[in-house]
Design a protein around this ligand. Structure first.
Ligand code: ZN
Length: 296
């Protein structure tokens, strides 16, 4: 699944290869990827065709292209979506779903095998589509409000990992990046927001930023080609993981075996020595409901 750094790579590619071009003919080859455009595929085609693309923006893992009509084209890559820019007439990809002819003899193509992603037109959404206005900014966003983030985290009586995954507090931090950032910050994911000092929260935030920035660097190799690609395989996951997926392997800092516990139907990986479990956890957990971590 594309994570925030991969989506940012796509945004940059769109900025280079799509912004400033005019959309020509639009072809919807499968209805499912435009299902979120409730007025239907014909309406989508009518609103997108002929419009000039003014920008390439991102909020969390959503991308949007402001158009000269005041509308916005909204895109989400889902599990397997790709946005590709190809020369006009080059062979269709096997899972090509939507094709936008562009004014410089290229095509923007939405390719998606599993079709959890999609594109839609957001009327008058050029500044910020209302569909995604509830999503918080991510830590790479220049407008991210660090003080507000620290204050919000410290008001939450939830584990820090769960807070990091809450898109209304901070967007773009998936399970893998959360585990990596917490390992880097030497913090257990069950530490409660209400019990963290401001300096603790800032340390976690800094770790999140570092992890995202490094992933962005490693995922950024496709910038200069005429090929805007994301497939969730940025290479970051192979080379740079210290915690996620490392169960039983020695911690890169202290050599203790990395541990895995279940977390919200998924997994959390951490070093039990560098990231000690909070001692008050047992009492606090008794009053909590919902999924938690299983005993180690
Ligand atoms: Zn360790």
């Amino acid at each position: 699944m594309p994570e925030l750094p991969e989506v940012e790579v796509v945004r940059r590619g769109l900025e280079t290869h799509v912004v400033g071009r005019r959309i020509g003919r639009v072809e919807v080859l499968h209805p499912r990827p435009v299902r979120r455009h409730l007025a239907g595929a014909e309406d989508f085609i009518a609103l997108a065709g002929g419009r000039l693309v003014l920008g390439a923006n991102r909020r969390g893992k959503y991308l949007w292209l402001p158009l000269d009509s005041g509308d916005a084209m909204l895109a989400h890559l889902g599990m397997s979506g790709q946005l590709l820019v190809q020369p006009a007439g080059s062979p269709d990809e096997r899972h090509l779903r939507v094709r936008f002819a562009l004014s410089d003899d290229t095509e923007l193509r939405f390719v998606d095998q599993r079709m959890f992603g999609g594109v839609s037109l957001s009327p008058e959404g050029a500044d910020l589509p209302p569909e995604i206005a509830h999503i918080a900014r991510d830590p790479l966003d220049p407008m991210f409000d660090e003080d507000a983030f620290v204050a919000r985290v410290r008001r939450r009586h939830s584990g820090i990992k769960r807070i990091l995954l809450d898109q209304t507090v901070v967007s773009g931090v998936g399970n893998i990046y959360a585990d990596e950032a917490l390992w880097r910050a030497r913090m257990h994911g069950d530490r409660l927001g209400t019990r963290l000092r401001p300096a603790d929260v800032r340390r976690v935030l800094e770790a999140v930023r570092q992890v995202l920035a490094e992933a962005l660097l490693e995922g950024g190799t496709s910038f200069d080609a005429l090929y805007v690609d994301v497939n969730g395989q940025s290479g970051y996951f192979d080379r740079s993981l210290h915690a996620y997926g490392q169960e039983g392997r020695p911690c890169d800092r202290c050599g203790t075996a990395i541990r895995r516990v279940t977390f919200m139907n998924r997994s959390s990986f951490f070093c039990p020595r560098c990231q000690p479990r909070p001692r008050v956890l047992r009492a606090d957990r008794a009053s909590e409901t919902g999924a938690g971590t299983s005993p180690v």
